[in-house]
Write a protein that binds this ligand. Structure first.
Ligand code: T3D
Length: 267
């Protein structure tokens, strides 16, 4: 941890909350303390209506190197009884990824450096991934005899298709941010020095938008995966029924005719 001594740093600027993973000496890899604090900050932010966009980033030169492999709770040692790391996935990573993917406002990953293992898949669980040009993405799991976790098996083929998902997972090569953008794994990469500013600017832009509708769009995209076209059309109708009865729709249409900026408040 750096001098602040906290595994997660929180900074609010307007309606945008930035959570910074803060174990730079271990490339912000996850130990128990980091998991606990991140979950606790996510819960607090989810319950705070003033937070209308969340940014997740990392301190130092890495975004997150996944599980801390030196954590005695999981570290394997030859000759010992194996530890049940399935429990770790169930008790830590599953709730974490569900909290990010179900956050009640848009979530931006500002990937400042290497994102490996569960760290890569934490970024990919966010709604929009902005990466520094020098950052990289690594499905490191195959290197240590594991399968992609933290949602990797779900999100990778959906983002880049089966061929690329398997290439990334089986070969476990580092993918540069520019290439990640080219193949559609992430939204965009930007100059390193511009990352924090662009993430904040995008956060402010999203925070001023109709939060409930943005979250509903994310949910609908996830749900449409297993649906027929007819089922998706029905789902869209149900979502529009809910949103059409809410304040933000009335406000958006009124603002359009008044030729003014809308003031969205639903969340
Ligand atoms: O039990 C389970 O594993 C279940 C949970 C699974 C979820 C997962 O995330 S599994 C995948 C775990 N992560 C990895 O396998 C990635 C391991 N790290 C790396 O491959 C490399 O560090 C990177 C490619 C990410 C970066 O390489 P590089 O050359 O830029 O940095 P480095 O020198 O390897 O690392 C810098 C320091 O961070 C170093 O410490 P030191 O030597 O300076 O004291 C290194 O040991 C430490 N570090 C990096 N990753 C981890 C880590 N320490 C603990 N755990 C890590 N994951």
């Amino acid at each position: 941890m750096d001098d602040d001594g906290r595994p997660v740093l929180c900074a609010r600027a307007g309606a945008v909350l930035t959570l910074t993973l803060n174990r730079p000496q271990a490339l912000n890899s996850f130990n128990g303390e980091l998991h606990e604090m991140l979950m606790s900050e996510l819960r607090a932010a989810a319950a705070d209506p003033a937070v209308r966009c969340l940014v997740i980033t990392g301190a130092g030169r890495g975004f997150c190197a996944g599980q801390d492999l030196s954590d005695p709770a999981i570290a394997p040692s030859l000759g010992e009884q194996p530890k049940d790391i399935g429990n770790l996935i169930e008790s830590r990573y599953k709730p974490l990824i569900l909290a990010v993917a179900g956050f009640p406002a848009p979530v931006i990953a500002a990937v400042n450096g290497v994102a490996a293992g569960a760290g890569a898949n934490l970024a990919l669980a966010c709604d929009i991934v902005l990466a520094a040009r020098s950052a990289s993405f690594l499905q490191a799991f195959a290197k240590i005899g594991l399968v992609p976790d933290a949602g990797g098996t779900w999100v990778l083929p959906r983002l880049v298709g089966r061929a690329r998902a398997l290439g990334l997972a089986l070969l476990a090569d580092k993918l540069a941010a520019e290439e990640a953008e080219r193949i559609g794994l992430i939204w965009r990469c930007v100059d390193d020095t511009a990352l924090a500013g662009q993430a904040q600017a995008m956060g402010e832009r999203l925070a001023a938008m109709p939060t409930a509708a943005l979250v509903e769009a994310r949910k609908a995209f996830a749900a449409s995966d297993g649906m027929t076209l007819a089922e998706a059309l029905t789902m869209e109708g149900l979502a529009q029924r809910r949103l059409g009865a809410a304040h933000d729709y009335r406000e958006g249409v009124a603002a359009f005719f008044d030729k003014r900026a809308p003031r969205f408040t639903d969340r």
